[in-house]
Design a protein around this ligand. Structure first.
Ligand SMILES: C[S@@+](CC[C@H](N)C(=O)[O-])C[C@H]1O[C@@H](n2cnc3c(N)ncnc32)[C@H](O)[C@@H]1O
Length: 367
């Protein structure tokens, strides 16, 4: 049995916890931004492939309570089996964080951990590290005097699915887009509209959810190159995941006024294998204002500093007006433009969300 940590964006922990439980894994602890669970080695591949909302899947390599002095800290790390876990020639990259602990200085924790790992690997010799061969990312977490040594099994953050090499100007993170689709409570048989689709992230994530497509299917993971992990594990899990896909018919509309960004969106949808589910159109959102469309509208209108060319004020007023007039439509809008509160006459719920470092609000219709 192994222990794992799946990290989460703040306030998305409930969704991340659910996706771990959905795989049948045993949750051992939930904290802000952190879901701990245990399972066999299969989870290293399955959870990386299937996490729609998480950030990074770590393997908990060591956990020690009552870590209060540097000698014990050094010895604990030194005594771990690094020869088995560091692929030959790899660079070892260490990042330490300390919260409410007697050993509190991250730079000292980092330097000592590196010393201990190098000594464990090559004794007093020089460790030859070559970042072109690869990097093993080690996270040292000291929390309430408990030491955790974590190995990054994902590599790049899990929101980087692999389909979005190109983006528009202010793209939403893929895992946040997926969360919006779930939080909007979209019913897959109903039409879904994104009238500010940009590089297509919300429609693409919606299609992947509807098709039950594993979000990590087209990307690689750090653990693939670890010799102690069975070499065919990921391939087996990929095959299993492909077998779980649905092939229903979905009506997802994606539109934007920027032709160039629409081309990018189409390309992204193709890379994500969902282009057959999405109808792209170059269109101003104003075209839908007087139409009695029904279904769900989940969108990310221009807001904030990065898109200052647009008349953000009018766009938000218009959206609020549309929602007040069209009682048929279910809607969810992510924006950092708080004046939406004063425009909206429809009943809504508002929740905070971070898109990267940017604090946003997700407004969702309630009946
Ligand atoms: C915040 S971005 C959307 C980003 C998108 N969610 C993504 O992941 O790439 C807002 C988008 O609204 C589009 N936009 C601005 N004014 C518009 C209008 N009047 N009608 C339709 N789209 C518009 C911009 O071209 C931009 O792509």
């Amino acid at each position: 049995m192994h222990n794992y940590l799946l990290t989460s964006t703040l306030w998305l922990e409930a969704l991340v916890k659910k996706e771990v439980q959905r795989q049948g894994y045993t949750i051992t602890e939930v904290q802000d931004k952190a879901i701990y669970f245990e399972w066999e080695i299969e989870a290293i591949a399955r959870m990386n492939l299937w996490s729609r909302f998480g950030n990074i899947l770590y393997l908990v390599f060591e956990e020690q309570k009552n870590m209060r002095d540097f000698d014990t800290y050094f010895d604990t790390i030194y005594n771990l089996d690094w020869k088995k876990h560091v692929p030959s020639g790899y660079e070892v990259h260490i990042k330490a964080t300390a919260i409410k602990s007697e050993l509190w200085a991250p730079s000292t924790l980092q330097a000592l951990a590196k010393k201990a790992i190098v000594k464990s690997l090559v004794g007093d010799n020089i460790l030859r590290e070559d970042s072109t061969k690869g990097t093993l990312e080690v996270r040292i977490l000291m929390e309430n005097n408990t030491l955790r040594v974590l190995l990054n099994t994902s590599g790049k953050w899990l929101h980087k699915r692999g389909y979005r090499e190109m983006t528009g100007e202010a793209p939403i993170k893929e895992n946040i887009a997926a969360a919006l689709v779930i939080l909007s409570q979209w019913k897959f048989r109903e039409p879904l509209y994104d009238v500010f689709c940009g590089s297509g992230t919300i429609p693409i994530e919606a299609a992947m959810i509807a098709k039950n497509q594993a979000p990590g299917l087209t990307r690689s993971f750090a653990f693939q190159n670890w010799e102690w992990v069975p070499y065919d594990l990921l391939e087996k899990e990929r095959k299993l995941a492909k077998g779980k896909e649905f092939s229903g018919e979905y009506t997802i509309y994606a539109s934007d006024t920027d032709k160039r960004v629409l081309e990018t969106a189409k390309r992204n949808a193709k890379f994500a294998w969902v282009e057959d589910c999405i109808r792209f159109q170059c269109m101003d959102y104003k075209n839908i204002i007087d139409k009695q469309i029904h279904g769900w509208l989940v969108s990310n209108p221009p807001y904030g500093e990065r898109l200052e060319d647009f008349d953000i004020e009018s766009i938000h007023k218009d959206m609020a007006q549309l929602f007040a007039k069209n009682k048929e439509i279910q809607w969810g809008v992510i924006t950092s433009h708080e004046a939406f509160d004063s425009y909206s006459r429809a009943k809504y719920k508002k929740r905070k969300l971070y898109n990267g470092w940017e604090l946003c609000y997700f407004y969702r219709k309630v009946s």
